[in-house]
Design a protein around this ligand. Structure first.
Ligand code: IMP
Length: 192
């Protein structure tokens, strides 16, 4: 199996990616590759940020690197928080604060349609790459439901599952999620 390095410090993403692609690649985390790096996301799209992260790690390790740049797009907010999802409330990866801000911004809003988007990129040390995207549609709930998952999962009602992603078991989420779809699209392009 081809060895790939996961270009993420987000343990939740790493867990989901391993569950989805684990049988098809030998996946190593940054820590397992002995690398400590926090790549600055200077892109203006999910795809650009995914490439920036994967290329940096591929250059450093000399091995193919896989990244996911993802986020929540809310229709009534013109697609926000989008690429700023992790730092919506200011501090990077503060899920509770991000949810609190989202619910307050959405107070009284009737149109609660939203989608999660994931852009994944497998980049080689020479800078060549293969990328793919996936999405899952749903609505922003009025309050949190469930404690599973991470990020905005407890306030995202997934149409296909008929429950919030915070209420879904990880295996259920991994059947329909934006990340699952992006990774399957990528795997199809790679023929694995
Ligand atoms: P990134 O590390 O810049 O890609 O930030 C991704 C952010 O988007 C996360 O910190 C979460 O806030 C949000 N996000 C992405 N995927 C998910 C998901 O599967 N569930 C819930 N929130 C997610």
């Amino acid at each position: 199996m081809t060895e790939i390095i996961l270009a993420t410090n987000n343990a939740n993403k790493a867990r989901e990616i391993k569950a989805i692609l684990g049988g098809r690649f030998e996946i190593k985390t940054l820590a397992q590759a002995g690398i400590e790096i926090d790549v600055e996301e200077t892109g203006t799209t999910f795809a650009e940020n995914a490439y920036i992260k994967a290329y940096e790690v591929a250059k450093l390790t000399g091995k193919p690197a896989l990244s996911d740049d993802s986020g929540l797009e809310v229709e009534a907010l013109g697609g926000a928080p989008g690429i700023y999802s992790a730092r919506y409330a200011g501090k990077e990866q503060n899920d509770k604060a991000n949810i609190k801000k989202l619910l307050s911004v959405m107070e009284g809003e009737q149109n609660r349609k939203a989608r999660f988007v994931s852009s994944v990129c497998l980049c080689y040390p020479d800078g060549s790459f293969v990328s793919a995207e996936g999405e899952v549609k749903g609505e922003i709930l009025l309050e949190e439901r469930g404690t599973n998952g991470f990020g905005y999962d407890p306030v995202f009602f997934c149409y296909e599952l008929g429950k919030s992603l915070g209420e879904a078991e990880s295996a259920e989420k991994n059947l329909v999620s934006h990340r699952k779809r992006a990774l399957e699209n990528l795997a199809a392009k790679l023929g694995v």
